[in-house]
Design a protein around this ligand. Structure first.
Ligand code: C6P
Length: 424
């Protein structure tokens, strides 16, 4: 990237909600050269980069605090337990001020949805019951329900999408009915970027006696989320998409529901008393956290939450509205490029999928990579959605706090160059 372009970033990014170019300095990986070019990282929907503070927190834990938790009586064990439980308190506050008993650490969104399917689902879904999802679900909020429905002879139904990539709610009063036992919906689509009207859907589900699970993997990193206000029964998300380490996820569940659910993984820590004849279970949330958890990564996730709070989730949302608007403008100007998903930046996040009339998404990604731009191309773990979109794959540029207008300009210019290259 030329220094002229860099100074343009500085001026232009001032128009955004905060100065992303300053934030870039906190992310050591953004100094990396990829194929001789400055890394322009636009694969944030897959996983975000980590600020120095989070990297240091991880390093510091192993240097000063490392020990197993909830077991030992020595000083380090107590220090590690406190650090781990501090993160739980922080998460509980971050998503709207819920109780710590309602926060279960998992390995990611995928484990969170699987926990609900295997525990609550196995106990509560029966023959003829209905589970309602949408056509835009990620496999993590789809495969567990397909298999559960098969096992229980239940019916899996889908809310369709409109041609602009929003939910088609025309028949919602038929789709949610007295047979619906669970509504499992993504808060924000990882492919289309669509933010779904989940508060209204949750209300409607509750009126029909159904529980609700929200896949918040793409929402919590990018906007303020208050699970109490939404009145969600279960809400799932992952640390690695919000500046934190990989291998940590969250399942929020209402206490009265979690209390009735059987544990899903069995072993140490999740028990109260064990004999050869009988086992009783630990209190919430430990009932669902068997074995040694991912202690160091949970502790570093705490630092990621602080980093996000210092910027402000409202500011992050505004930044992404602005950057999405700009990216949509720039990409739609390019002949042959079609955006998959809503064009209105106020109802979407900054994961922007596009297709090229002439070039396969894998070739788009490879070409952009040769210029230092990381995007994702493929089905994005949403194969049924690809069928609905009548495509096999899309290219997806997804933005975060360290991306600015200069990144969008560089993306758009490189997409044009890519088209010239492939079309001759
Ligand atoms: N989507 C993407 O590139 P895990 O892998 O468990 O942290 O998150 C799964 C998941 C669940 N729901 C949604 C909406 C998601 O976007 C993801 C992860 C990544 O789109 C990797 S496939």
């Amino acid at each position: 990237m030329t220094s002229d372009l860099k100074s343009e970033i500085m001026t232009d990014s001032k128009k955004l909600s905060f100065d992303s170019s300053k934030i870039q300095d906190d992310f050591p990986i953004l100094e990396t050269k990829i194929n001789g070019h400055r890394l322009v990282y636009l694969d944030n929907a897959a996983s975000s980069q980590k600020p120095e503070a989070v990297i240091n927190a991880l390093d510091n834990f192993y240097k000063t605090t490392n020990s197993n938790i909830h077991r030992g009586l020595h000083t380090l064990a107590e220090k590690a337990t406190n650090a781990y439980e501090h993160c739980r308190e922080h998460v509980a506050k971050f998503i709207g001020g819920v109780s710590c008993e309602e926060i279960i650490f998992t390995s990611g969104t995928t484990e969170s949805t699987n926990l609900v399917a295997n525990s609550w689902g196995n106990e509560n879904i029966g023959e003829g019951d209905e589970i309602l999802i949408t056509e835009m679900e990620h496999h993590a909020n789809l495969v567990p329900w397909v298999l559960l429905a098969q096992k229980k002879n239940a019916l899996l139904r889908q809310i369709p999408i409109t041609t602009d990539g929003t939910l088609d709610l025309t028949d919602i009063n038929k789709l949610i009915n007295e047979k619906t036992k669970l509504l499992a919906v993504t808060h924000m689509s990882n492919v289309l970027g669509t933010i779904n009207p989940i508060k209204e859907l949750i209300e409607l589900a509750h009126k029909n006696g159904a529980l609700t699970l929200i896949d918040g993997a793409q929402a919590v990193p990018h906007m303020p989320v208050d699970v109490k206000d939404l009145n969600a029964d279960f809400y799932c998300f992952s640390s690695h998409k919000m500046l934190g380490p990989t291998g940590v996820g969250v399942l929020y569940g209402k206490k009265e529901i979690l209390e009735k659910m059987p544990p899903y993984i069995l072993g140490g820590e999740m028990i109260r008393e064990v004999s050869f004849e009988k086992v009783t279970f630990n209190d919430l949330p430990h009932k669902f956290e068997a074995g040694t958890p991912n202690i160091a990564d949970v502790v570093a996730f705490d630092t990621a939450l602080t980093y996000l709070e210092n910027i402000g989730m409202e500011n992050i949302r505004n930044h992404e509205i602005e950057i999405s608007k700009y990216a949509i403008e720039k990409l739609t100007e390019i002949e042959g490029i079609t955006i998959q998903g809503p064009l209105d930046e106020t109802i979407r996040g900054a994961a922007i999928s596009f297709t090229d009339r002439d070039v396969h998404p894998h070739d788009i990604s490879t070409f952009l990579d040769s210029r230092g731009i990381a995007i994702r191309a493929g089905h994005h773990c949403a194969q049924p959605l690809m069928k609905v979109l009548k495509t096999v794959a899309t290219a997806r540029a997804s933005f975060y706090i360290y991306n600015d207008r200069a990144d969008v300009d560089y993306l758009a210019e490189t997409v044009k160059e890519m088209r010239r290259y492939f079309r001759g």
